[in-house]
Design a protein around this ligand. Structure first.
Ligand SMILES: [Fe+2]
Length: 168
């Protein structure tokens, strides 16, 4: 699909993220039963709930723009999801490594989302679409907080893996 102006670029970027959030939601629901530690389970559960909210906020953005929500296949998100699934298969024999792989995959998701939303927010601000920028800021704040939570819980997950003899 050709993109010829800033408004089309904004709609395309939103469609990418609307699709990415759906892909990430499905992937998180799929991996939840594989999580072992309470830390990773709660991280996933909380982020599943937040992703559902974020999808609703994106729908509000479409409403402000007078457009209907439309998923545009996000190949970046698909790549992160399939890489995460591949890693999970590779570590499947060690529960502690599974937890680390889930946390690591989720952190990649968060940073991909943070970069994407920051770019969309700059676009909205520079084109005077204040309400759109504010809605997207709400999503960005959640993504930043989630990334921070994952980063803070990573040392504990490493220590769990070490205590279970995963150091080798
Ligand atoms: Fe998200």
């Amino acid at each position: 699909m050709a993109i010829n102006n800033l408004q089309e670029k904004m709609i395309h970027g939103l469609g990418d993220m609307y699709d990415a959030e759906h892909q990430f939601l499905e992937a998180q629901q799929e991996i939840l039963p594989q999580a072992n530690s309470q830390t990773v389970k709660s991280l996933l559960e909380q982020h599943i709930a937040e992703t559902e909210q974020q999808i609703t906020i994106l729908e509000q953005v479409y409403e402000v723009l007078g457009e209907s929500p439309e998923r545009i296949k996000c190949t970046g998100a698909a790549g992160i999801v399939s890489e995460g699934q591949k890693t999970l298969k590779e570590v499947s024999k060690s529960p502690a490594l599974v937890d680390l792989a889930i946390a690591g995959g989720c952190l990649k998701v968060e940073h991909y989302e943070i970069a994407s939303y920051r770019a969309l927010i700059t676009g909205a601000q520079q084109t005077g679409q204040t309400e759109v920028a504010q809605l997207l800021q709400q999503i960005l704040r959640q993504e930043e907080q989630t990334a921070q939570k994952i980063e803070q819980s990573s040392p504990e997950l490493y220590q769990q893996a070490i205590s279970k003899g995963a150091r080798a």
